[in-house]
Design a protein around this ligand. Sequence first.
Ligand code: BYC
Ligand code: FE
Ligand code: FE
Length: 474
Amino acid sequence: MTTAIDYVSRIPNNVNLADDKRLQRALEQWQPGFLRWWQDLGPVGTGDMDVYLRTAVGVDAGGWAHWGYVKMPDYRWGIFLTPHDQDRRIAFGVHKGEPAWQQVPGEHRATLRRLIVTQGDTEPASVEQQRHLGQTCPSLYDLRNLFQVNVEEGRHLWAMVYLLHAYFGRDGREEAEAMLERHSGDPDKPRLLGAFNERTPDWLSFFMFTFFTDRDGKYQLASLAESGFDPLARSCRFMLTEEAHHMFVGETGVGRVIQRACELMREHRTDEVRRFGGIDLATLQKYLNFHFSVSLDLFGQELSTNAANYYTLGLKGRFNEERIDDDHVLEDAAYTVTTAEDGRIVTREAAALTALNERLRDDYIKDCQRGVDRWNKIIEAHGIDVRLALPHRAFHRAIGSLSALRVDPQGRPLSAEEWQRRRYEWLPSPEDEAYVASLMVPVTEPGKFAGWIAPPAKGLDGRPLDFEYVRRGH
Ligand code: BYC
Ligand code: FE
Ligand code: FE
């Protein structure tokens, strides 16, 4: 298997697609439907835009990116897997030590298909959620970043669709069709997971989404990158290299909003920066609470036999499985979980296997906390003593046993009545959303930035901030 990417074919790839005419034809038949979907539900009003995008030219570490202007409908979505490792072995579960599978074992077919479909479904969902944002960009720099994220999520859909077509026969092809039929927020055919049916109406939501929800992507992809099914593992490994940029967009995006808020606080000696066109830290905290809690739901139930089975069967591992020092079977191991029992939050030991969703959620929370700490450094550097914080994991949950509870961000229990009355102290209220919406006025002059967000520290690909990252009508 080669690692060079073939850009001559209609579908760029490094899987020797040209050698498998049936598969190539099947994917070429799916392609027009994808392009129609991009036209109908992808970024609005971008047909005449030239976007300075990064495109993968090789899958090896280091040299994979090529930068240049691209009209987005002409973006070369393709199929890229990290190089094949002949010696790769399954690292966990009952098949530990056996060679990784190059085909789908018959008995795991339905389960693997379900995991791949769930993963794949999130990718176009996020593009749908973000489709109107281009019309209210705070700068050309940000506009480019949005589109970079969008085209890569489109490619992540291709990655999963390739697996469905190549390894799952007829039902795989049907699932690939269905990826373009479910839509974010559609009451009849919604996307599969909760967070992907929420709205992303403004850029603050977008930055929070790419920080919190794309980070779920990082953790889920890393777990699937351990899969015994080698083509899935190799697909996810390459997707992870792209994911890093999405989280960069989120972290620096929120960081720049914080920076601007702090500058205004200092300048005007007040926390109430709305009067000066900023987004106050209290509002930022509410958006953070919302996106964190909705993203925690994406890890599933605290105790899950699904998760135990995925692991035992060698389909989905832990984050950094190979770096963990234990038996990688977990038959007798225990893990501490936080659940709800009799209406109260309790911490107790559970079988490590059934607690795997919770373990991944813990890894995720730690990673989020590191990001919040970096945001707080920005606030601290301005000599302001407010701090942002992650809410308690039981706050505003919809999945898992904790969803039965109503708690405040510190985890203190609330009655249903109190929750109803006070929830907008902690979550964005219609007024908060209306205020943020009022700031969403497009800024499209090179080098200019909207007043509610600070410019980034530097441009992309060594370009200056006033570089024309997106141009029209060329
Ligand atoms: N919403 O045993 P459990 C990304 C269902 S993000 C609705 O805990 P499991 C991206 C569940 O299906 C990464 N339903 O489930 C980010 C199950 O249904 P059944 C996406 C939910 O399977 C930004 C039932 O509840 N990738 O890439 O252990 C932009 C029992 O739950 C939800 C993946 O998710 C929910 N949130 O865990 C673009 C990886 N949670 O069996 C892209 C693949 C649970 O009762 N997916 N349910 O009918 C998985 O590994 C697992 O499906 C999950 C759920 C971790 C999501
Ligand atoms: Fe993705
Ligand atoms: Fe992403």
